[in-house]
Design a protein around this ligand. Structure first.
Ligand code: FAD
Length: 256
């Protein structure tokens, strides 16, 4: 997402751009996510709003619930309005727009391994190509948009960039996209994303309930990192069993 967008704007500004990704081209954009995005960012970046197969549904705002679901803060603000996207179609669109804008070289199935330095300045990146060969790519500017697990950040020689993200600044997540018939299950507040703050059910995080359309939901949980191994059970007990009150459903996607 960030990488494709940065590549697009760099190419639009006349730079000679090489974009790499460890995934296969067809898989770029496929990510475990809540899939909610505010509309404001599209105007800010002056890029097309999601539509057609990228768009799952439009949302008016967010509702923030107390543990017993009795108190709710309604965050309805035109600026909080937005979209639930179909993540892979959305990611593919951003990628294709970057490539159409004139990215000079795009290499998929290629893993960034480490930063290259010359005279104490980043001068490129060492990568492993799809065929296993390791090569050095030299550049004047390097943008690392490889996300949370970035191997590059760990070796950066700068006091301004955190090498490790602290456990207390991270959360562990698990989510599923569930499909069902509207006759079997009614979606609560279909125009809103809902977030439930309950420290017993989701210690250190929250539960989310995001409608995708009349017949599917993206539901998940975030918790403290030290609950590794337990997050799926917490999800099953406190999210799935709470919200999916039908035996007729299909799990379209799951992971964390
Ligand atoms: C469970 C969950 C729910 C979320 N829900 C929401 C939400 O509802 N709304 C929202 O706005 N945000 C949400 N987020 C956060 C959002 O997904 C991230 O902020 C966003 O995807 C970050 O984008 P990115 O481009 O920085 O990184 P990513 O989307 O992680 O993309 C990184 C890219 O780099 C590639 N890559 C990784 N390592 C390498 C490497 N070594 N070499 C080459 N390529 C590499 C990957 O293949 C990928 O294509 C959620 C996150 C999670 C985990």
């Amino acid at each position: 997402t960030g990488g494709s967008t940065a590549a697009r704007f760099a190419a639009e500004s006349g730079l000679s751009v090489c974009l790499i990704d460890s995934k296969d081209r067809k898989e770029i954009g496929n990510k475990i996510c809540g899939d909610a995005v505010g509309s404001e960012i599209f105007d800010f970046l002056k890029i097309k709003h999601p539509r057609d197969d990228e768009l799952s549904c439009k949302i008016k705002g967010a509702k923030l619930y107390s543990p017993n679901l009795k108190k709710c803060i309604d965050l309805t603000d035109p600026k909080q309005a937005g979209y639930i996207v179909n993540r892979i179609e959305f990611g593919q669109r951003l990628l294709n727009e970057a490539l159409d804008t004139g990215v000079e070289l795009f290499i998929d199935n290629t893993m960034a391994l480490d930063l290259l330095y010359s005279q104490n300045t980043v001068s490129g990146v060492k990568v492993k190509l799809g065929n296993g060969e390791k090569v050095d790519l030299r550049s004047k500017i390097l943008i690392d948009a490889s996300g949370f697990y970035s191997p590059l950040r760990k070796n950066v020689k700068s006091t301004l960039i955190e090498k490790e993200i602290l456990k207390e600044d991270s959360i562990l997540c698990y989510r599923e996209i569930i499909k069902f018939s509207p006759q079997d299950l009614n979606i609560t507040n279909p125009d809103y994303i809902s977030i439930i703050l309950d420290q017993d059910k989701a210690p250190g995080g929250y539960i989310w309930y995001f409608p995708k359309n009349q017949s599917s939901l993206n539901i998940g949980i975030g918790t403290f990192m030290n609950l590794k191994g337990k997050v799926k059970d917490l999800y099953r007990q406190n999210v799935f069993n709470e919200f999916i009150k039908t035996s007729k459903y299909e799990i379209i996607s799951s992971g964390g």
